[in-house]
Design a protein. Structure first.
Lengths: 200, 265
């Protein structure tokens, strides 16, 4: 069943992009830095203006209020930014139980929640960013190198969590530099070259 | 009321201080003498011109003359508000915001004062309308330009954090709450400081002027209090107005943060 449908999505920095993602499917995008991978993810999330069409479960993006769309199709930047001093302040208070589950799955201790974000390691922050995205229960996750600063054990833990969510119907578009990771996560791979997607 | 009139020799005596300043700069290699002398010369010419114009307007005593001068002052202040921040909206965006904010906040407060507290006869008596407009504009200019500068700076530096919130489904209003709050606060600080310091650390300008002109101290104080309240009202309107309009100009119908609409000068 088609979850996300992208048709001729174009901006001055890349495209046209055409791509569909089924429920429970992960699509991996490889390619050099600066080839336009983040451009595509930001366009899908409606973070930048562009032309073309995107729909979620058959419903056009324009029919959603912009914040509602971005809440269901969540874009997670390669370097996650934080707007409050502690991680805890970034989670909806009602989601405490889910936050604890996800943190445990990613090997994060609960003491991290009230730590000073600036003092956490890059890897801890990257895992917290995924928790932050997932507690909002999106239909689609747009992940920009989510494991870039993780060691191999943490990387595998994150992949396991993502694979589990795929079985529940989540759709993922994931930018990665690792062909091995792409092979572990999905069957459909693309290479971004000169602002266009090329199937691999 | 008794005023002590200044003679040309009195002014010449003060000129010596400026020249001493320039000389000291030369001796100490501060490389300030050119700037000091140029600024002093400029000041003298500007003030003499204003004096001449005001004398003419005061004698004309016509609504058209008063309004004409006020319009010129408004335009100059609006231009200054748009130009002062280090960043600017592309196209005429900053100028539009400055014109709307400066015009609305200063006219609203000055008209309020002229209709209620001061009530000169006739209402367009330039002796009241013009100085009042000048003081209010000075405050509005500060509040609006500081607010704008701080807002543009806040959204440029804070872009990743703002976009992180947007990407998780926050509304633009939520994501911009912190930079908007900080910018308005920044715009209001000068006037708050001015009120806190009034009388204790400084004697405010209007009061000083009226004391020098021979007015009773308590009467001068009343005037000053009225003025500072007017300035607070105008400054608040200007800072909040400028920042909210700038926030609107930097977003679009899909609640994106449009930093591409900002240019560095």
């Amino acid at each position: 069943m088609t979850l996300l449908e992208i048709n001729a999505l174009t901006s001055p920095f890349g495209g046209p992009f055409t791509l569909t993602v089924a429920k429970g499917e992960c699509v991996c995008i490889l390619g050099k830095s600066g080839s336009g991978k983040s451009v595509l993810l930001r366009l899908i999330a409606d973070m930048d203006p562009g032309t073309g069409h995107v729909s979620l479960l058959g419903k056009r993006r324009e029919a959603f209020a912009a914040p509602a769309w971005r809440g269901r199709v969540i874009y997670q930047a390669a370097e996650p930014a934080w707007w409050a001093p502690t991680p805890a302040a970034h989670f909806p208070p009602a989601a405490a139980k889910r936050v604890a589950e996800l943190m445990a799955a990613l090997g994060l201790g609960s003491d991290v929640l009230d730590a000073d974000i600036a003092r956490l390691s890059t890897g801890e922050r990257q895992r917290l960013a995924l928790v932050r995205s997932m507690v909002r229960e999106p239909d689609v996750l747009l992940l920009d190198e989510p494991t870039a600063s993780l060691d191999s054990a943490s990387t595998l833990a994150m992949e396991a969590l993502l694979l589990q969510q795929l079985r529940f119907g989540l759709g993922i578009v994931m930018v990665t530099h690792s062909r091995e990771q792409a092979a572990r996560m999905s069957q459909r791979h693309f290479e971004m070259r000169d602002g266009r997607l090329h199937p691999l | 009321m008794s005023t002590i009139h200044l003679h040309a020799t009195d002014v010449a005596l003060a000129t010596l201080l400026v020249l001493t300043n320039a000389l000291a700069s030369l001796l100490l290699h501060l490389q300030l003498h050119r700037q000091v002398l140029w600024a002093a010369t400029r000041m003298v010419v500007q003030l003499l011109l204003v004096g001449l114009v005001l004398r003419f307007v005061f004698q004309a005593a016509s609504p058209a003359a008063t309004l004409g001068i006020v319009a010129l002052m408004l335009l100059a202040a609006a231009r200054e508000v748009a130009v002062r921040p280090t960043r600017r909206l592309k196209g005429a965006g900053s100028y539009r915001i400055a014109a709307v904010v400066v015009g609305f906040s200063s006219i609203a407060t000055v008209v309020l004062a002229l209709m209620t507290a001061i009530r000169p006869q006739p209402w367009y008596d330039p002796r009241y309308a013009i100085p009042l407009m000048g003081i209010v504009l000075g405050s509005v200019l500060n509040s609006a330009s500081l607010g704008l500068d701080s807002f543009f700076e806040g959204v440029s530096a804070g872009r990743p954090a703002i976009e992180a919130q947007l990407a998780l489904g926050a509304t633009l209003h939520q994501a911009l709450a912190a930079p908007i709050r900080n910018a308005i606060r920044r715009g209001m600080i000068p006037i708050i400081n001015q009120m806190s310091a009034a009388g204790v650390i400084t004697l405010p300008g209007i009061m000083t002027g009226q004391l020098l002109a021979g007015m009773d101290p308590l009467e001068a104080v009343k005037y000053q209090i009225l003025l500072l309240f007017l300035l607070t009202g105008a400054g608040g309107l200007a800072a909040a107005g400028a920042v909210y309009l700038a926030a609107r100009a930097m977003s679009d119908d899909r609640q994106r943060l449009r930093l591409d609409r900002l240019s560095l000068e």
